[in-house]
Design a protein around this ligand. Sequence first.
Ligand SMILES: [Zn+2]
Length: 90
Amino acid sequence: MVIEKDKVSAAESLRNTRTYGKFRCHNPSCMGRLVPTAGSSQVKCPVCGLEFRVAWIRPDFPRIRGPVWDVNRKIAQKAVAEKLGLKEES
Ligand SMILES: [Zn+2]
């Protein structure tokens, strides 16, 4: 009976680790968890704020198509501006 019990728990843990619809942030220095909400065309990284375009292969199966350049460029420019600002102050 112990073996059967183990089988069930193994199957359950497998089910739990199946992560359709979850991605790692494409920002190599971030690697935050992206979880697109169903039907949304974009997902924002909760860690670094970069945004990515989402394509829905199936209603429950999203895929990251690529970064949203406008948003990401603004974030990059802001970061650069902040760096320059700090340099000027010091
Ligand atoms: Zn990120």
